[in-house]
Design a protein around this ligand. Structure first.
Ligand code: NDP
Ligand code: 2IT
Length: 448
């Protein structure tokens, strides 16, 4: 079966899972040159095998809110592929979570994790639970209830979850406590734990910092520099605020953050004081709009940042947050680099639009891999029970992001996707990630 026929099969079978189909098509369409060069992949049906998760675990979560009312949510863990290591990937708590979203995230995670060069397979999980407006005790009861069920299916050498949207170190700690309580085991079953009890230094910062390290590598290829460049950032969560922090540290000017209600536009640019304030504000569940009274700037209610003039965009909120029209505005406003902090923030048409205008584009799989990479370092620190310093992890992260950048750029060149100096990072990253997984599957025979 050719790649084209395999896509048609996925489209027909999973027409009701649009995000998953979108993620599969992107990979399939870019790995064609690799597939042509490796007939053994076709013979072993590697692609057809990789689009079906090893298994999906679905469960119910009963919990009680503060009023004593019984609440029912749904939870899942998609164990996609353990070809390269234990299933690894975050847990998302958001009302939009469903199987399509978790399958797209789990599928992308396979190749992202392969790109890190570290021994981790791909998985994802979560719940349609909405943490917004919930009290701390409600969050705690939900996390306990979620892990009471999930603990049957995860363990330190088999499946190691972490955070994602709506799941940060508070939630990871509650879930970790329940796992420990039920299993009597002190093991690294989750990453993103508090640093006082097995967490790695820099895990919190890693995704945002890593995305900016990736950007630095892209800029260097173009003999360019981040200093003085205006940067649009969406979201105001873990990835966004740490991306903004690293941009500022390196002399760039981050002029926006956003959330589901609108965009905060600060023409003067963020600085450490403003970012610390934003982190605190978000931790307390308070609105971004308070910023205006403290620091000035503008609140653009109901708007995204993409119509604002800038040099660089780092979408870091959620999937499909940049559509074709937004991409067109970016091009017209002079954006030269788009770096995905979020997973799949650009629609397929938005990607086409930026690429046909030779905007340098870094896909999430490559650019946001710093978070899971430091998660893998957390796993190894847990195994040997010895901990590295912040600077040691930062150095590893920089190297990992450089390696991902360089290997994607090299694959783009090797497979004829680099056009007159314009690197196709999407094709390059997909080819490198896919090849590492496919080589392992071929070596295993037809198990996995
Ligand atoms: P957080 O929960 O910390 O923050 C999410 C941010 O995005 C919030 O500001 C939220 O706004 C906004 N957002 C979420 N959903 C929507 C939506 N539907 N429309 C508009 N804004 C929205 O999540 P993270 O920062 O951890 O994750 C952000 C992205 O980065 C996700 O795509 C995630 O998969 C990806 N990612 C995360 C990694 C990590 O280590 N945490 C690693 C790699 C990728 P509001 O508060 O109003 O909902
Ligand atoms: O999308 C991602 O890479 C994450 N949410 C982080 C996964 C992890 O296991 O650290």
């Amino acid at each position: 079966m050719s790649i084209r026929q395999a896509i048609e099969k996925v489209e027909a079978r999973y027409a009701h899972q649009p995000e998953f189909v979108q993620a599969v098509k992107e990979v399939a369409l870019t790995i064609a040159p690799l597939y042509d060069a490796h007939p053994e992949f076709q013979k072993m049906k590697i692609f057809e095998r990789l689009v079906e998760p090893d298994r999906i675990i679905a469960f119910r979560i009963n919990w009680e809110n503060d009023k004593g009312e019984v609440q029912v949510n749904r939870g899942w863990r998609v164990q996609f592929s353990n070809a390269l290591g234990p299933y690894k990937g975050g847990l998302r708590f958001h009302p939009t979570v469903n199987q399509s979203v978790l399958k797209f995230l789990g599928f992308e995670q396979i190749f992202k994790n392969a790109l890190t060069g570290l021994p981790i397979g791909g998985g994802k999980g979560g719940s349609d639970f909405d943490p917004k407006g919930k009290t701390d005790s409600e969050i705690r009861r939900f996390c306990y209830a979620f892990m009471r069920e999930l603990h049957h299916y995860v363990s330190k050498d088999m499946d190691v979850p972490a955070g994602d949207i709506g799941v940060g170190s508070r939630e990871v700690s509650y879930m970790y406590a329940m796992y420990k309580n039920l299993t009597h085991e002190y093991s690294g079953v989750l990453t993103g734990k508090g640093v006082g009890f097995g967490g790695s230094l820099m895990r919190t910062e890693a995704t945002g910092y890593g995305a900016v390290y990736f950007l630095e590598n892209m800029l260097k290829v173009q003999n360019d520099d981040i200093k003085g460049k205006k940067v649009l950032i969406s979201g105001a969560g873990n990835v966004s605020l740490h991306a903004a922090e690293k941009v500022c540290m390196l002399g760039g000017i981050a002029i926006t953050v956003s959330d589901s209600k609108g965009t905060l536009y600060d023409e003067k640019g963020l600085n450490q004081e403003k970012i610390d304030w934003l982190k605190k504000q978000k931790d307390q569940g308070k609105p971004l709009t308070d910023y205006i009274e403290v620091f000035g700037g503008e609140w653009l209610a109901g708007q995204t940042p993409w119509h604002i003039k800038a040099d660089i965009a780092i979408p870091s909120a959620t999937q499909n947050e940049v559509d074709e029209e937004d991409a067109q505005k970016m091009v017209e406003n002079g954006v030269k680099y788009v770096v995905e902090g979020a997973n799949m923030p650009l629609t397929a048409k938005a990607i086409d639009r930026v690429c046909e205008n030779r905007v340098h584009y870094a896909p999430g799989k490559a650019a946001n891999a710093g978070g899971v990479a430091v998660s893998a370092l957390e796993m190894s620190q847990n195994s040997v029970r010895q901990y590295k310093t912040f600077d040691q992890i930062d150095e590893r992260l920089k190297n990992i992001m450089k390696n991902i950048h360089d290997s994607a750029a090299a694959a783009s060149e090797e497979y004829g996707q680099t056009d007159n100096g314009y690197i196709d990072y999407m094709a390059g990253a997909n080819i490198v990630g896919f090849k590492r997984v496919a080589d392992a599957l071929v070596a295993y025979g037809i198990l996995n």
